[in-house]
Every structure is written in structure tokens, then in C-alpha cells.
Design a protein around this ligand. Structure first.
Ligand SMILES: Cc1ncc(C[n+]2csc(CCOP(=O)(O)OP(=O)(O)O)c2C)c(N)n1
Length: 373
């Protein structure tokens, strides 16, 4: 196992001390250590992180680090092939990649395919990589830098450390944002208020898990909900497509602030299409709670102004259960696109379960419900 303090200290010794990325639960000791001890930037998405890192390299010549879950590899393919690759600008980047869905390690369905192709993708992208697992020692990791990575980087190529489950020793910091309402209570309150014909597209991470558990507990079935278990940042676009295809129903997107930031251009599309049956609810903890709680930049944003500028017709806010109960009837009755920001804390239940139905069953039930069967 690797002590993240020792690893990050070593990087600093060799002049590598600029960190930018999107957090991942498997990398959470690394991300928490950075957050507490180093300057680091939590980017909107992984491609965004590569671009920021590239700019930093252009201005300093130093090698930047980009950290990400392997789910984010798709987001970096374009800047890797058309910006940093040696056939273009040859910008050296050190990647630290959490390997979800590693073959042989049990994981959720959305991680399976990406887990299988992770190392092949790095090969195709000409990124030399080294897999760190539970048995890897710091000495071994250091010698990879000394015997190969540093040469590759000085030639303008990028390198990657691929991090298996349990490869980093624990390191955890406490997170709080001062809000009182939990996301789970907010999700339950909004869902309980909706009618039988209302449909929900929920975002990646624990929001979907909390929604799933609520439906189980209530015996509602899951046909009203599409759980966006992967494809982080795309639930509002999925909901937009559903809203355009089903104009006779109200479609609710349950979003997270990290997910909304990841592909924020989607807001402008919602506004420009302007479906009256589109309702966007953001459970705003200004953090990536599902993967460890590192902050997003949402805390500093003027959300009403943002969504209004994108063309949403109505915006609402709530930061307590009483405010939420008061605002819900007005939100649901207002013409869409409408936006409801709910301030929630950075927490979740330790015993929160995972969907027990498969994505294929989820899709089938959701389509049946939409088609009125
Ligand atoms: C492209 C991509 N990058 C990273 C992840 C890992 N990931 C899963 S959930 C999540 C955090 C979501 O944060 P937010 O939308 O704010 O919701 P919260 O968990 O805070 O409620 C991240 C980073 C992912 N699934 N996909």
C-alpha cells in the first residue's frame, strides 16, 4: 500500500506540485490529502482538468498532475489526442487514475465496460502506465518514476498511475458546509410530493441510490425513475430528451451540483428548447459527496442568475424542510423549464444500499411507464 503523504511529498521533491482533477472514491485518500495540504483545483470535468494542466505546463514548463476516476477517461480523449499528444503540442501530464470495474474485482454495472478497457485505452492514447495495487510499495512506485516516467515526461509524453482498490492507505478529512437538511430527506420530500404520472431522471452517485431505496420502502416500483448510474453530468440532457418526447408528462431531473457543473452547457440547451414540462431539481451540497465530499465551485455561484440567463422561466430555492414544503407546490405548478435549488449537507447514510434491479430492467420499466402500459 502507498502512503499518499509520502507519494505526494516525493512528487514535490521532483518538482511536481500542480494538481487538478475530478475526485474519485478510490482516490479519496489522495484527494483528501491534497485538499488539506496542497493547492489543487477541482475541475468541472476531466477534459477541463487536462486543459488547465496543459496551460499550467505552457506557462511554467513543470509537469502537472491530473487525477480522475477511469469513468472520466472518455472526457479526456479529445484533449489527449488533439492537444497534449506528441503529434500535436506534446504536453507532458502525470495522470493518477482510480480503476473502477477492474476485471476480477466486484463492482457496479456502470463500471464493467470501462474497467475492462481502461489499460487498452491508455495504450491507444500512448500513455505509459503503471498499476498500483495493495502489494505495491512506495519504493517500487518511486523506481517507476526514476527508471521510466521521468524520461517519458522529459520527451513530452504523458504517463499514468492506475490505482486499484485498496492501493492507497486511508487518509480522511471531515467535510461540512453548514447546511442542515440532508440530501436523502430532500429527495424523499420532493418524490413524495410528485404524482403517479411524473417521471424522474436522477443523477449519478448516491442521489439515485437514495431515490431507489425510497421507492423500495414505499413499494412504489421503479418505473417512474431513470437512474443515470453512469454518464455523470448527462441526466439533465436525458431528461430534456424525455421531456421533448413526452410533452404530456412532467419530467423531473434530480441533479447534483458536481454533475451539473460537469456539462453545464446542457442548461443552455434546456433553456433554448424551453419545454414547459421540464423541472430541474439540484440537491446542492457544493461537494462531490458520493465520492468523498470534495468541494465544487457551486458554493460561489449565483445559481438563479445562471439558469435564468440560460432561459429557464422560473427559479426557486429552499434550504430547510419547511422552505422546501412551502416552495414545492409553486415549483411544480409553474411553467417549465423551472429550477429548484435545495441546499443540503455533505452526508449520507453508512448503510445506504445500491439498486437491486439491473439497468436493463430499469430501462424496460421506465419505457413501459412512459408509454402508459
Ligand atoms: C465522468 C465521471 N467522472 C467522475 C465520476 C465519479 N463520480 C461519481 S458520483 C461523483 C460526484 C457527484 O457529485 P454531485 O453531482 O455534486 O452529487 P453528490 O454526490 O454531491 O450528491 C463523481 C465525481 C463519474 N461517475 N463519472
Amino acid at each position: 500500500m502507498i502512503d499518499v503523504g509520502e507519494f505526494i511529498g516525493y512528487l514535490d521533491d521532483i518538482g511536481i506540485n500542480f494538481f487538478c482533477g475530478v475526485p474519485d472514491s478510490q482516490l479519496s485518500p489522495f484527494c483528501d490529502y491534497l485538499e488539506e495540504n496542497c493547492r489543487n483545483i477541482i475541475a468541472a470535468n476531466e477534459g477541463n482538468a487536462v486543459a488547465i494542466a496543459s496551460g499550467y505546463n505552457l506557462s511554467t514548463g513543470n509537469y502537472p498532475v491530473v487525477f480522475l476516476q477511469n469513468s472520466g477517461l472518455g472526457n479526456i480523449v479529445n484533449p489527449v489526442t488533439s492537444l497534449t499528444h506528441r503529434k500535436v503540442y506534446s504536453i507532458p501530464v502525470v495522470y493518477v487514475i482510480g480503476w473502477r470495474g477492474q476485471p476480477g474485482v466486484h463492482d457496479e454495472p456502470q463500471h464493467k465496460k470501462q474497467g475492462e478497457i481502461t489499460l487498452d485505452m491508455l495504450e491507444l492514447l500512448d500513455i505509459e502506465h503503471f498499476v498500483v495495487d495493495r502489494d505495491t510499495t512506495f519504493g517500487e512506485l518511486k523506481s517507476v518514476f526514476e527508471n521510466s516516467f521521468l524520461d517519458r515526461l522529459s520527451d513530452g509524453d504523458s504517463v499514468a498511475i492506475v490505482v486499484s482498490k485498496g492501493a492507497f492507505e486511508d487518509y480522511k478529512t471531515a467535510k461540512s458546509n453548514g447546511n442542515a437538511l440532508t440530501r436523502e430527506e430532500a429527495i424523499r420530500t420532493v418524490t413524495a410530493f410528485l404524482g403517479d404520472s411524473d417521471m424522474i431522471v436522477s443523477t449519478t452517485g448516491k442521489s439515485s441510490r437514495e431515490l431507489f431505496e425510497y421507492r423500495e420502502e414505499q413499494g412504489h416500483g421503479h418505473g417512474n425513475d431513470f437512474l443515470t448510474v453512469g454518464s455523470m453530468g448527462h441526466s439533465s440532457s436525458i431528461a430534456l430528451g424525455v421531456a421533448l418526447g413526452s410533452p404530456d408528462r412532467k419530467i423531473f431531473c434530480f441533479d447534483g451540483d458536481g454533475a451539473m457543473l460537469m456539462h453545464m452547457g446542457a442548461l443552455a440547451l434546456v433553456g433554448s428548447e424551453g419545454p414547459e414540462n421540464f423541472y430541474h431539481v439540484m440537491f446542492n451540497n457544493s461537494a462531490h459527496e458520493s465520492v468523498g465530499g470534495l468541494p465544487t465551485v457551486m458554493r460561489d455561484m449565483h445559481i438563479d442568475g445562471l439558469v435564468k440567463a440560460c432561459g429557464y422561466r422560473n427559479t426557486f430555492n429552499a434550504s430547510s424542510i419547511d422552505e422546501l414544503k412551502e416552495v414545492l407546490p409553486r415549483f411544480v405548478e409553474s411553467p417549465g423549464p423551472a429550477f429548484l435549488n435545495i441546499d443540503v449537507d455533505i452526508s449520507s447514510r453508512k448503510d445506504l444500499g445500491r439498486p437491486t434491479t439491473t439497468p436493463a430492467e430499469n430501462k424496460r420499466d421506465f419505457m413501459k411507464k412512459l408509454q402508459g402500459e
